[in-house]
Design a protein around this ligand. Structure first.
Ligand code: UT7
Length: 329
């Protein structure tokens, strides 16, 4: 019997309308368009405005986009995984809210917390359910409403992140395409460099935690930068080597959009030229779990069946990894 692989058979995406430019950030914190552009590559990011709108809004719109393109009945969906660190609430899972809103009434659903590596973790997890033969249609979503946990008086973090979500449909195939291999890693020692201190069970919300501004992203940027460059590049290189892929075999590098300098370093290490690197950081900033599916969404029309894609990410945890995908359509 031929091996069952999980093929990505469709992509959806959504970014909110509001554009937060570097020029507007210059009016909010002590920064400049020149500093942001040269240090990160970001020009603008999207922000979800309005009361009572959580990340589920982004996820629902992304899946609606996917469903309308694929014309599938949501009742056929078996599983929905939502990778996010900005869930609507601590519980229930945002995936439950999204699955019901899109009419996936026969699915089970859960959230996955792996920060910027969330989408590749969820992709590998969803693919395993398909490869096992257990399920036929899995939707994997990556998205974050980072604006809900950013301190817009802290210039070291508020300039980096934005809001957005993307998603992929996974279906079984016996062709030589789909999710081919992955390397995923984590190191809880990264906690001290990148975290949100309060609001969890260790330090629940109180007047004190609010007064001390502990419900926002805390990042030691330069330290995270070093870990990101090393781990994202090493893991991608290892994945490529163990599958005997040469630089010329790689059609696209699909790197997490944290910083253009980290992306360039990863591409250099792999011997991949700039024209093969997907990039949209200048328009969306770092949307955490949203970056990789939003790249696939933006570049979908340029992809051809059989293209080798290396998806690579690094994020809070620390979490990191790389996934080799052979494009299926
Ligand atoms: O996606 C999850 C994983 N996260 C990442 O991969 C992020 C990794 N880190 C980075 O991308 C970069 O470290 C940052 C973009 C966050 C910061 O860039 P950097 O080149 O590492 O800057 P830095 O933190 O070393 O700061 C350099 C200087 C400092 O001033 P002094 O101390 O040298 O006087 C900062 O205060 O730049 C200053 N600075 C700013 N200046 C203008 C920091 N943020 C800003 C700003 N505007 N927004």
């Amino acid at each position: 019997m031929s091996k069952i692989r999980a093929a990505i058979t469709g992509i959806g995406g959504y970014v909110p309308d509001y554009v937060l430019t570097n020029a507007e950030l210059e009016t909010m914190v002590e920064t400049s368009d020149e500093w942001i552009t040269s240090r990160t590559g970001i020009k603008e990011r999207r922000i979800l405005k309005g009361e009572n709108k959580g990340v589920s809004v982004l996820g629902i719109e992304a899946v609606k986009d996917l469903l309308s393109k694929k014309q599938i009945d949501p009742k056929e969906i078996d599983l929905v995984i939502f990778a996010t660190v900005t869930a609507d609430m601590t519980f229930p899972a945002t995936a439950n809210i999204v699955a019901t809103a899109i009419g996936a009434t026969n699915a089970f659903s859960f959230d996955m917390s792996a920060a910027c590596s969330g989408f590749i973790y969820a992709l590998a997890t969803g693919a395993s359910y398909i490869q096992s033969g257990m399920y036929k249609k899995v939707i994997v979503i990556g998205g974050d409403k980072m604006s809900s946990i950013l301190d817009y008086t802290d210039r070291t973090t508020c300039i980096i992140f934005g809001d957005g979500a993307g998603c992929a449909l996974l279906e079984p195939t016996t062709e030589d395409v789909g999710v081919m291999d992955s390397i995923l890693r984590s190191d809880g020692g990264g906690e001290s460099y990148l975290h949100m201190k309060a609001g969890g069970s260790r330090l629940p919300a109180s007047h004190d935690t609010v007064d001390k501004r502990l419900h926002y992203v805390y990042q030691e940027g330069a330290a995270v930068f070093k870990f990101a460059v090393t781990n994202m590049a090493d893991t991608s290189a290892l994945l490529v080597e163990r599958n005997k892929l040469k630089p010329e075999d790689i059609a696209w590098l699909v790197p997490h959009q944290a910083n253009k300098r980290i992306i360039d370093a990863t591409a250099n290490r792999m011997g991949v030229t700039e024209d093969k690197v997907m990039m949209n950081i200048e328009r969306y900033g770092n949307t955490t779990a949203g970056t990789i599916p939003l790249l696939l969404w933006d570049y979908e029309k340029k992809l051809k069946k059989g293209d080798n894609l290396i998806l690579a990410a690094f994020g809070g945890g620390f979490t990191w990894g790389a996934v080799w995908v052979k494009w299926a359509y």
